[in-house]
Design a protein around this ligand. Structure first.
Ligand code: MN
Length: 207
């Protein structure tokens, strides 16, 4: 399975840009109790269709390729294969990565919004930063997106050939809905309202 997340060049560009910016500290994702970090889910029609789930952690977008996409049913455990960090700017990318480039294929911004860290220590007293939770292989967060809302957990369960495999699971809260299936019923981009096919056509037309 191809789990490329696209934009290696973009990644490098992002890195060098950040160095020049002399930004004091990355926003969000670093300190316990941080609020309003961003998340994005990009549907990516590469050699295998998948959903790139990205969370702003430590000034970068930590990224997972989710073959089946996220579910709103707490009984579903969705495989999420960790992929390369992407720069924050990549959250806005929608379009076509050309053939021959890393992650070639159409990218659609399927959902976007902010998230809050929910992770606390074992006693439930102190919050644990996203970065620490990530290093420990268990993230717990609340999404405020246009399609997805509520609690989700990402849990590292296996490392296979250096590839970290996590499970993305909806928490059983008020926004849980076993019947909704938004991956199938809400395919349009939250940025443009367009479908994957429309995005591919527009890029073709502009050439
Ligand atoms: Mn991808």
């Amino acid at each position: 399975m191809n789990t490329h997340t696209g934009g290696r060049q973009m990644l490098h560009k992002g890195h060098s840009k950040r160095r020049l910016d002399h930004r004091p500290e990355p926003r969000g994702g670093e300190t316990a109790g941080d609020n309003k970090s961003i998340f994005v889910i990009q549907e990516h029609d590469a050699s295998t269709l998948h959903y790139d789930f990205r969370l702003e952690i430590g000034g970068m977008l930590k990224s997972w390729a989710v073959p089946k996409g996220p579910s709103t049913d707490p009984r579903d455990k969705r495989l999420a294969i960790e992929t390369e960090d992407h720069p924050l700017e990549y959250a806005d990318f929608e379009g076509v990565i050309p053939q021959g480039d890393y992650g070639a294929g159409t990218v659609l911004v399927w959902d976007r919004g902010t998230y809050r860290n929910l992770k606390t220590d074992a006693k439930g007293n102190e919050s644990v930063s996203m970065l620490t939770a990530y290093k420990h292989g268990h993230l717990l967060f609340w999404l405020d997106g246009q399609k997805l809302t509520g609690g989700y957990a990402l849990t590292l369960f296996r490392t296979d050939d250096g590839r970290k495999q996590w499970l993305l699971v909806k928490m059983d809260d008020a926004s849980a809905d076993a019947r909704r299936n938004p991956v199938n019923t809400e395919p349009q981009s939250v940025l443009s309202g367009h479908t994957l096919a429309q995005i591919a056509q527009e890029t073709q037309r502009r050439k």
